[in-house]
Design a protein around this ligand. Structure first.
Ligand code: S3P
Length: 449
């Protein structure tokens, strides 16, 4: 029997896990897999369930650390959320404006989506005080981007560094509707404002410079809110006061998790992989557009709709890739996939340019710095620019010792780079993968067993 492609090593005196990956003589990635539930949709299902009247049923929830943080926060405010599992989670909602003042600090852990969306909800709860925080990474990420529009609606919020960093305190208010012109295309900002607008009397609109993911708009509508969108102007409007009613939500597989296998199967020779039940909402499919432009062999099969979200099975076979330029309005449609697209670019002929991606500097880590520095340790030719990367592809990679920077997407992108490299790659702090993909290592092993 050949040596295992991936072995795990847990540190006895910390929570750290190290992955050792050596593709050896393994042939390509072949078979049929499924990926865990979509992280963005999982958060929203738990949150809307908690603030709706009646029962929400969630099938296919992501069991990652981030949705666990959301569930813990809303349980602390009185929502009854059953034990989390992928089969069926039930949420007994309290109704809009009915969250209880928690007698503890709400801890969003590593999750920007939890913290920012929750702030929008909390700001509209008069006479209650909420304190919110997160882990070291989240406490360093910018919160002014939601504080500014929420204040425009009348919210009272205090925090570190001029009210821009967590921990933050929020005293809920009766909010006023607003039209917010966001300087950044961010679904977290847009969602926070729309959620705050649910209890404001009148129309609350967010206009963005480019269209970001629209899961909140879709789910709010399914729960009974009046939401309109204007794709021409990249605007979304909610009319308050709204009423939300519990629904049945089916969470599709996360295209951001499928992205690792799409790139792996595209660049590792002799691969033929079917990834079943992946969400293909058009605001998330930039990765497919770019991989196809690079020459990847990807087909969508069995396209269907599940609970208001488009879903398909994705078949990917290895092929020769060529470089491309990734910039402009496609960036929000693939914002979380840029680290793994950098790995695809290493295998592509020519120089790939990524621009307009400065948002990556304020994700769970500075993803431009993290992916460039760690891929270069493996022999890649990646240059960081202020707002992106320049990647000269076509060269080989060698196994090296690299670090996740405690960022889930960096850990998994480096694992895919390791499959393309010769020798052993050692990935430190790989436990970060559990934020969005707790069974990533199991799936990787199963593909080569
Ligand atoms: C998310 C939006 C994106 C994305 C994040 C999840 C969401 O962040 O990077 O992983 O669920 O709304 P921004 O909207 O801040 O770009």
């Amino acid at each position: 029997m050949s040596a295992p492609v991936l072995t795990l090593q847990s540190s006895p005196d910390s929570d750290e896990t190290t992955w050792h990956i050596n593709p050896g003589q393994a042939s390509g990635l072949r078979g049929t897999i499924q990926v865990p539930g979509d992280k963005s949709i999982s958060h929203r299902a738990l949150m809307l369930g908690a603030i709706a009247q009646g029962e929400t049923q969630i099938r296919g929830l992501l069991l990652g650390e981030d949705p666990r943080s959301t569930a813990a926060c809303f349980r602390a405010m009185g929502a009854e959320i059953s034990e989390l599992n992928t089969t069926l989670v039930t949420v007994r909602g309290l109704g809009l404006g009915k969250l209880q003042e928690p007698n503890q600090v709400l801890d969003a852990g590593n999750s920007g989506t939890t913290l920012r969306l929750m702030m929008g909800i909390l700001a509209s709860h008069p006479d209650r005080l909420f304190t919110v925080t997160g882990d070291a990474s989240l406490r360093s990420r910018p919160m002014g981007r939601v504080v500014t529009p929420l204040r425009q609606m009348g919210a009272q919020i205090w925090g570190r560094k001029g009210d821009t960093l967590a921990p933050l305190a929020i005293r809920g208010q009766q909010l006023q509707p607003t039209h917010y012109h966001s300087p950044i295309a961010s679904a977290q900002v847009k969602s926070a404002v729309l959620l705050a607008g649910l209890l404001a009397e009148g129309q609350t609109t967010v206009t963005e410079p480019a269209l970001s993911r629209d899961h909140s708009e879709r789910m709010l509508r399914a729960f009974g809110a009046k939401v309109t969108v204007d794709p021409e102007t990249c605007s979304a409007t909610v009319t308050g006061p709204a009423s939300l009613f519990g629904q049945s939500v089916v969470v599709p597989g996360d295209i951001s998790s499928a992205a690792f296998w799409l790139v792996a199967a595209a660049i590792v020779p002799n691969s033929d992989l079917l990834i079943e039940n992946v969400g293909v909402n058009p605001t998330r499919t930039g990765i497919l557009d770019i991989l196809l432009e690079m020459g990847a062999d990807i087909t969508l099969e069995n396209a269907r709709e599940a609970a208001g979200e488009p879903v398909a099975d994705l078949r990917v076979r290895s092929s020769k890739l060529k470089a491309c330029t990734i910039e402009g309005s496609i960036i929000p449609r693939l914002i979380d996939e840029i680290p793994v697209l950098a790995v695809a670019a290493i295998a592509a002929q020519g120089t790939t340019l990524i621009r307009d991606a400065q948002e990556l500097r304020v994700k769970e880590s500075d993803r431009l710095a993290a992916i460039a520095s760690q891929l270069n340790r493996m022999g890649a030719r990646v240059t960081e620019t202020a707002d992106g990367l320049e990647i000269t592809g076509g060269g080989a990679l060698q196994g090296a010792e690299v670090d996740s920077f405690t960022d889930h997407r960096i850990a998994m992108s480096l694992a895919i780079a390791a499959l393309y490299a010769s020798g052993t790659t050692t990935i430190h702090r790989a436990e970060a993968a559990a934020i969005s993909y707790p069974v990533f290592a199991d799936t990787l092993r199963s593909l080569f067993s």
